[in-house]
Design a protein around this ligand. Structure first.
Ligand SMILES: [Fe+2]
Ligand SMILES: [Fe+2]
Length: 203
């Protein structure tokens, strides 16, 4: 499997997990919708930021943006799966227009966004979904929160090292978006427990 097949795999996995009827409050459904739209926008925004990074000569940072974009795609799909599984529907799928700044400015903005998702947005969403016993939402928010933590760290490092970013390869779990520097260790994904042999190298 290569990077171009990533979305197809994510769709397949989404269909595979979309079984069983659960329920959630209007608030959790609104949270899932906000998260779905946010992740779809992040997926798109990071592709645009990768182009800017390549144009400015920051090939390594471009690679990180593409890996994170692939991870955000998995989050959009798992959120979509939870929305449908919980009997809801997608309220808004219109993507924002992206006006990229310099790579330095883009990285600064992304660190703020990922940190907010890690520290505020997903912890709040997760807490409510747990209280409501909505397992598909708990699973989906949990995956995203764990991965945004990694993204916040990776983008913070990339920002601090801009211009002298060390060469790295990135791998992404197609089920949960887990993003590793270098090939993952053989075994189970620490976040979703699927085999790490499924991870995809994002060039
Ligand atoms: Fe992220
Ligand atoms: Fe995973």
């Amino acid at each position: 499997m290569n990077y171009r097949h990533f979305s197809l795999v994510a769709v397949t996995l989404f269909l595979g997990v979309n079984a069983g009827a659960q329920s959630a409050s209007k608030e959790t459904m609104a949270n899932l919708n906000a998260a779905h739209l946010g992740e779809a926008n992040a997926q798109h925004r990071y592709v645009v930021f990768a182009r800017t990074a390549d144009a400015e000569g920051y090939a390594q940072v471009a690679k990180l943006f593409r890996a994170a974009s692939a991870a955000e795609a998995t989050h959009a799909f798992t959120h979509l799966g939870a929305i449908l599984d919980l009997g809801g529907k997608v309220e808004n799928s219109a993507l924002d227009t992206v006006a990229p700044g310099t790579t330095l400015a883009n990285l600064k903005q992304v660190v703020v966004g990922e940190s907010y998702e890690r520290d505020t947005m997903y912890p709040n969403y997760l807490k409510l979904a747990k209280a409501e016993n909505a397992p598909e939402a708990v699973r989906s928010f949990g995956f995203a929160m764990a991965v945004e933590k990694q993204h916040a760290r990776l983008f913070t490092e990339a920002y601090a090292q801009l211009g002298k970013n060390p060469p790295a390869t990135y791998f992404v779990c197609p089920s949960c978006g887990n993003t590793t520097v270098g090939a993952p260790a053989r075994g189970k994904c620490p976040i979703c427990q699927n085999p790490t042999t499924r991870y995809v190298n994002v060039p």
